[in-house]
Write a protein that binds this ligand. Structure first.
Ligand code: G1P
Length: 272
């Protein structure tokens, strides 16, 4: 039912310099796969077939990755190396990839609005590839699609974070419907230390209804002078229903060296 998944991927990745001087941060490898491929895997597993990627200058390798490489494939054809391309070939065959370039970096809300033409009037998922989520039985997006079928409104994934880390995230508050589900009444983007409405932080998985685009268009720049998706979702919450979901699984913050290294170590343990 949800076929589109949007990947905002235009950022400069300055936290990873110099590695990201000429390589998109989304292409940083976790063992043998680039970060963004894990997000695409998760979307495909959740039944999505249209991957809409918001790119920027210097990000062409993202497009090349989700395409054939005839020269390379010809070179390794018939050798035992061919096997290493089996997964990516099947991923490319399972989905359609479309791209749009974000010319200016004006915040996550602006990045999502840039993808509007690729999404149309459909509910869609958003994956921030930096947040790598793993769960053995059911991916986080798949869990969220199930909830969307039930609530038919915007769903945001949240997790509890220590109180001294709430300032790094969008933070929600609301009415608990169950242990895992909260009807959102408040959301603050990166609250100042000690002012967060709770310790439930939004992580990079969203399912958004298409009216979000109009809300973003009417959202003034917020935290850091940027157009924040958190502010636009709060408008949806005050007009109707937004559900926050404490997902099952583990998130690695691959927007930081610590998170990416932790994921490398745990993945290597499984791989070896
Ligand atoms: C973005 C969102 C924030 C969310 C976070 C999750 O922030 O603006 O609300 O909690 O992603 O990773 P960023 O990390 O891009 O600054």
């Amino acid at each position: 039912m949800i076929k589109h998944c949007l990947f905002p991927a235009a950022g400069y990745g300055t936290r990873f310099l110099p590695a990201t001087k000429s390589m998109p941060k989304e292409m940083m490898p976790i063992v043998n796969k680039p970060l963004i491929e894990y997000g695409v895997d998760e979307a495909i597993q959740a039944g999505m077939t249209n991957m809409a990627i918001v790119t920027g200058r210097g990000k062409n390798s993202l497009m090349d990755h989700f395409d054939k490489n005839y020269e390379l494939e010809h070179q390794i054809s018939g050798t035992n190396k061919e096997e290493m391309l089996v997964d990516i070939r099947s991923l490319i065959d399972s989905a359609q990839f479309t791209y749009i370039r974000q010319r200016e970096m004006k915040g996550l809300g602006h990045a999502i609005l840039t993808g509007k033409q690729l999404i149309g009037d459909n509910p869609f998922a958003v994956v921030l590839a930096d947040d790598l989520c793993v769960n053995e039985t059911q991916g986080v997006l798949e869990q969220m699609v199930k909830l969307f079928k039930q609530f038919r409104c915007t769903i945001v994934a949240v997790e509890e974070v220590p109180n001294d880390e709430t300032h790094k995230y969008g933070v929600i508050a609301g009415e608990h419907l169950s242990d895992d589900l909260i009807r959102v009444t408040d959301m603050v983007e990166k609250p100042e230390q000690g002012t967060a409405p709770s310790n439930l932080a939004i992580i990079g998985r969203y399912i958004l209804t298409p009216d979000i685009f109009e809300h973003i268009e009417n959202t003034e720049p917020g935290k850091g002078g940027e157009i924040q998706i958190t502010d636009a979702i709060l408008k949806q919450a005050s007009n109707g229903c937004v559900i926050a979901y404490r997902f099952k699984g583990k998130r690695f913050d691959c927007g930081s060296w610590m998170g990416i290294s932790m994921r490398q170590i745990t993945a290597m343990k499984t791989y070896t």
